[in-house]
Ligand binder design. Structure first.
Ligand code: GLN
Ligand code: ZN
Length: 760
């Protein structure tokens, strides 16, 4: 008999109860014991649900108070030295201090968990003396057993992955660090075995990335140590998000099970297992249900896959499971009341995926329970989606196919456009601008709420937005900025705003997923052919332009960013989706141009996030991402100036792709990469307009004029002053009014100083 298994379940709750509890606790509205019992209740509910659905191997210790990487660090007493800590179990106040900062110490950095939109807290090893402060997996195991009679499968982040995700040590110290950590893991595992644990899941997602031979040797040592020290315990070495590198070495490790992703790493993992085989004495964790996607699985296809696998691994050694933790999908489709029926039927969030896993486990058994009814239901749902009008817009498909068959190109090369644009715009050297949004004050958010609730008429809301635009156009003129923006007061979210206005998108009511800490996002669903319906940004931009003689930049979110921050359909490729978006946005760009807007910014902050994990796939992705941007922007006149903006990531290793986007001007976040970006321009010249952010907008601090002249000087050592722009790092939406005005005034003053120096 095959068994069903889940790698982890979402923490946040169907109605974000987890988020609400955390925030209430932080705000002092919930005391620690009430908070603890609320979280326990949630945790047990999640386990109970899996138990009721009939999952055999239920993950415990997947629940967290913030982040599972931080849990691992604090379990080992790894606390950054700037926090006060005297050893022992890390109290909640310190735990949250590390995650969110305190008045005396800054928070630890957070970064993306592989190629997902989940962010983890980066452990800081420098100065730490690891000890086992508390056996968290053991506590979780005991709780599940005592309260619910569940024989849980504790989940632990493996030592190699933990170390690779940490910072604050030198590569040469890797082995020394493993020598410190591995004994602590051994202790954890020993205690688990003594408590009667049968299976433990050790996550080593790092094995799907490029790791060297020395790391494989380390892996062997680690898992041999575990096997020798805790011989009775079944270890399931779990990987996900891609196919493993070094398959043949990995299957020889002395563990009892190996979990592979047969969704996102399907091609590689399937090929490896078919070519090389699988050890007869091991269990295979067959990750066939997509743990990160929102679509119902094609159960027949999955059964086919399981059948292929069962020719290589005996059926009773197969664990039917999700491809990764269900952390990355919303909780349930059940409460969605506003979706098109064919869409709702075709979705599967965490709870529905549990059902799929159980069904497949039954279905794989030859002569077992019939799942014919479920298969028929699945067929109908998939067919319904396929036949949806939204997915069959022949007009869109044909036009996009025709357009994407050509190489998108502006009518003239940059050097010529630049002269024509200088002529038209007559901007001073080192022109100043901002990234798009201005502070969204409480007043702005309130107004939007009133309008959304219907308490304000659309006219009332529009006139409020116009007043905001008036205020900020005046302010920008007064501050002395050269290229103005309307301020984006009508937008909450840069993707949602466009998704709501384009065809092909759907919005769930409860489809939240954890992004970092208590912060959740509700990504739009791109489920149909994307199409332009009517102009989306023209009114506000035109209005702003009517109030000033200086140029106002139009402001759009680019195709790749919209795609990367949405859940997308899977019947066509991401590349095709990007081109559909590009074509739709191109019509917006053209509408702006026709309305007299001669500078248009297409933001692409999320380009880098879509980069595939495997190096060999990256160039292809970048090629079509660049092409989608060019498709969006290539039809304008030569004098129309196309801007773009990027942030959140380090871009120094993709300057070539950025240049290939052929935007007339790019503004790019700089301060967080600490000069690394500037450095990279020493080696690669950049021949288009560029503004390296001269101040960090992530803090309310008003930067001094000298700091910014310093930044400008540093940049102009490697970049051409004739092509250089002065702007902040990113949009100013989250800042306050006063600090924003003060910062921008200083920025303009710094520019004046620089102009005197560089116009000579
Ligand atoms: N134009 C957007 C803004 O200023 C860009 C946001 C972003 O880069 N994330 O808010
Ligand atoms: Zn930005």
């Amino acid at each position: 008999m095959a068994k069903s298994s889940v790698l982890g379940y979402p923490r946040i709750g169907a109605d974000r109860e987890w988020k609400k509890a955390l925030e209430a606790f932080w705000a002092g509205k919930l005391d620690e014991s009430a908070f603890q019992s609320r979280l326990q209740e949630l945790r047990l509910n999640h386990l109970r649900k899996q138990q009721e659905k009939g999952i055999d191997l239920i993950a415990v210790n997947d629940f967290s108070y913030y982040d599972h990487v931080l849990d691992t660090a604090t379990m080992f007493g790894i606390v950054p030295s700037r926090f006060e800590y005297e050893g022992g179990a890390v109290p909640l106040s310190l735990y949250y201090g590390i995650a969110r900062g305190t008045k005396d110490a800054t928070a630890s950095e957070m970064t993306k968990w592989f190629n997902t939109n989940y962010h983890y807290i980066v452990p800081e090893l420098n100065g730490a003396t690891p000890t086992l402060t508390e056996n968290k997996p053991l506590n979780a195991y005991r709780e599940a057993k005592e309260k619910l009679g569940i024989e849980g499968k504790p989940v632990i982040l493996g030592p190699l992955t933990f170390l690779k995700l940490s910072k604050g040590y030198k590569v040469e110290e890797t082995d020394a660090w493993l020598d410190r950590l591995v004994p602590l893991y051994v202790q954890v595992l020993k205690e688990l075995a003594e408590a009667g644990v049968q299976w433990v899941q050790i996550d080593e997602p790092i094995l799907v990335t490029k790791i060297g031979g020395d790391d494989i040797a380390r892996l062997k040592t680690i898992y041999e140590t575990f096997a020798t020290a805790v011989p009775g315990l079944n270890v399931l070495l779990q990987t996900y998000f891609e196919s493993v590198e070094h398959y043949s070495e990995i299957i020889q490790l002395p563990v009892q099970g190996i979990g592979l992703d047969f969704v996102h790493g399907l091609t590689g993992n399937l090929k490896a297992i078919q070519d090389i085989g699988f050890p007869a004495d091991k269990f295979l964790g067959a990750g066939v249900i997509d743990g990160r996607g929102i679509w119902r699985a094609d159960l027949r296809e999955k059964l086919g896959l399981l059948e292929v696998l069962s020719k290589i691994v005996s059926e009773d050694r197969i664990l039917v499971q999700s491809s990764c933790s269900l952390l990355h999908v919303p909780v349930t489709v059940a409460n969605e009341a506003k979706l098109l029926p064919e869409l709702k039927e075709a979705l599967a969030f965490a709870d529905e995926k549990l059902d799929e896993i159980v069904l497949l486990t039954k279905g794989i058994v030859s002569g077992g329970t019939s799942i014919e009814d479920a298969l028929a239901q699945c067929d109908a749902a998939l067919l319904g989606l396929k036949q949806s009008n939204e997915r069959n817009r022949k007009d869109v498909q044909q036009t996009v196919a025709a357009i994407s068959a050509q190489q998108p190109q502006r009518s003239r090369p940059f050097a010529e456009r630049h002269i024509a644009q200088q002529d038209k715009w007559q901007l001073p050297i080192l022109p100043t601008t901002t990234i798009g949004s201005f502070p969204q004050s409480a007043e702005v958010r309130k107004a939007r709420q009133l309008w959304r609730k219907g308490e304000w008429s659309p006219e009332q809301y529009e006139s409020f937005i116009r007043d905001q635009i008036d205020i900020w156009v005046k302010l920008q003129e007064e501050i002395g900025l050269d290229v103005l923006v309307h301020g984006e007061f009508e937008r909450t979210d840069m993707v949602e705003f466009f998704g709501e206005k384009l065809a092909g998108f759907a919005f769930t009511q409860y489809g939240w997923v954890q992004s970092y800490g208590s912060r959740c996002v509700k990504p739009p669903v791109i489920f149909g052919d994307v199409a332009f319906v009517e102009p989306m940004t023209v009114e506000e931009t035109k209005y702003a332009q009517s109030k000033t003689t200086r140029p106002v930049k139009g402001m759009l979110t680019g195709p790749i960013t919209i795609m990367n921050w949405s859940f997308v359909r899977e019947d066509i490729t991401r590349e095709q989706i990007a081109y559909q978006l590009a074509y739709a946005l191109r019509q917006e760009v053209e509408s702006l141009e026709q309305a007299g807007i001669g500078m248009i910014q297409v933001d692409e902050p999320a380009v880098r996030e879509g980069l595939p994990l495997k190096e060999q796939d990256q160039a292809t992705y970048l090629d079509w991402a660049v092409k989608a941007f060019r498709m969006t922007t290539c039809t304008v006149q030569e004098t129309t100036q196309i801007h773009t903006h990027m942030c959140y990531c380090e871009f120094h290793d993709m300057i070539d792709s950025i240049e290939a986007m052929d935007a007339d001007v790019i503004s790019i976040e700089t301060s967080r990469s600490h000069g690394e970006l500037i450095h990279s321009f020493e080696e690669n010249t950049y021949e288009l307009g560029i503004g390296l952010g001269v101040y960090d907008i992530h803090s309310p601090r008003v930067p001094e004029v000298e700091e910014m002249t310093g930044m400008i000087d540093r940049a102009l050592r490697v970049l051409n002053p004739q092509l250089f722009w002065i702007n902040p790092d990113c949009g100013l939406k989250t800042r306050g009014l006063e600090e924003t005005v003060a910062s921008l005034r200083n920025m303009v003053e710094a520019t004046q100083i620089a102009r005197e120096k560089y116009s000579a």
